[in-house]
Every structure is written in C-alpha cells, then in structure tokens.
Design a protein around this ligand. Sequence first.
Ligand code: XBP
Length: 250
Amino acid sequence: MKALIFDVDGVIADTEHMGHRLAFNQAFAEAGLDIEWDEEMYERLLWVTGGKERIAYYLRHCPECPQLLDARIAELHRRKTEIYTQMVAQGQIPYRPGVRRLWREARAAGLRLGIASTTAPENVLALLRQAGEEVVGWFDSIVAGDMVPDKKPAPDVYIQVLRHLGLEAGEAVAIEDSQNGLIAARRAGIPTLITCSHYTRNQRFEGALAVLEHLGEPELPARVLAGPAAGPVVVTPELLRDWMGQGVGV
Ligand code: XBP
C-alpha cells in the first residue's frame, strides 16, 4: 500500500447533508424556481452523480418544471457552487472523525494522498483549505468534477489519480461513502474502505474491505458495520495494511 485516495462528499465531511442540498435549494429559490429538494428526494437524487447532471435529471422527470437549457443549468450550478463554497468558508461543515488524523499518519508513514471526487474542484479546495492552506499541498493528485469524461460510478476519476501517482490499482486504498463511489473505485481495481454517511447508511457495499461508521479517533473508535473486525476500530495505515494483507472483504 503506497497511497490513500479519498472521496470528498460524505467522506471528508457530511457535505451532502450539511451543504450541497441546502445550496441547491437556495440557488433554485434565488432563480425564482419553485423547486425544493427535501431529504427524501435528495437521497434518491444522489444516485445521479454531479450537480449539473442531478438538476438536469430532476427537470427531465418533473412535468410541472420549466425545461431549462444546458447553459441555464450551468449558470444555476455556478451559483450553487458559490453558495456552497461560502458555507464551507464560514466553517458550517465540520470534518468527520479521523480524517485529519489519518492524513497526518499516512504522510508520516510515507504514503501519498489523492482525491477522487465528482464534485466541482473549487468545492474540494474550499473543504481542504478548512484544515489549513498547506493541506492542499499534501495531495499529489486532485481529480474532481468535469476533469474526466465520465463521473462515478465510472472509474475515470480513480484511473486518472492512479496515473498521476504512477501507481498500480493494488498499491492504493480508496476511501468512499457511497455505492456509486465503491463501484467506481472497484472498476478501477482499487481496494475500498467505506465510511457511511448520512444519506448512504442503507446502501449495499459488497466488495468493500470493510464498512465503518467513520474513520475513528482514539477517543471515539468507529463501529464496524460489516467486515473483518468485531469491535470498534481506529483506521490507521497499519490497520489498512493488515486488512490488505489478510485479503479481508465484505
Ligand atoms: C458527490 C457528488 C456531487 C455533489 C455535488 O461527489 O455527486 O455531485 O453531490 O457537487 P463525490 P457538485 O462523493 O464523488 O465527492 O454540485 O459540485 O457536482
């Protein structure tokens, strides 16, 4: 294991729940559109990855909604991104347990770090900067949003990160929170750990290394929801190497 590749939304912070949905709704309201995505609707819409794609999908399936041109959807999405990045900059979306600790431990252990995300690159940078300006430089590859042709569950984003890092799939571990993310990483051949988030708790994760509540802190170990260990765990580079060595899986 030479690298850890992190998904962003749901893994670094519970951004879908605390940020993205609210930002979409605010952008709709500001544009004078009578659209509000409640939690139940948003959970279903999350199967469509990418904000522009999600808006377009929703409008196509909403007979009473205006049918907007792609340029209008892109404009709405730009405003949504502005709203979202402001929310992040104001510190409204805290990091999940264990994320910063694992980044530090991975670097200390000589592992490289990557980001593979479907969200817009400016959203990724805003969230990383929340941990300090220098944190962006900890990542040797950040691939996000429209930087690849096809979004998750396509493997493009992971294949691109592996290319940047110059690694084979089996030399990295991906950390994801959703079934679409797991499929993307597995299609790229990368062993994948799942930390469930607000909207993905009920999804299925066959083929993951393990399914955890979060990454854990020494004072707040994470429950193992499926996988190799019985008791609560704190995810460390050593634990991941151990699980990789044992060939564990869900
Ligand atoms: C999650 C997504 C994104 C976000 C919204 O990506 O599918 O579309 O919901 O962000 P990941 P944008 O879990 O891979 O980070 O509106 O910027 O697309």
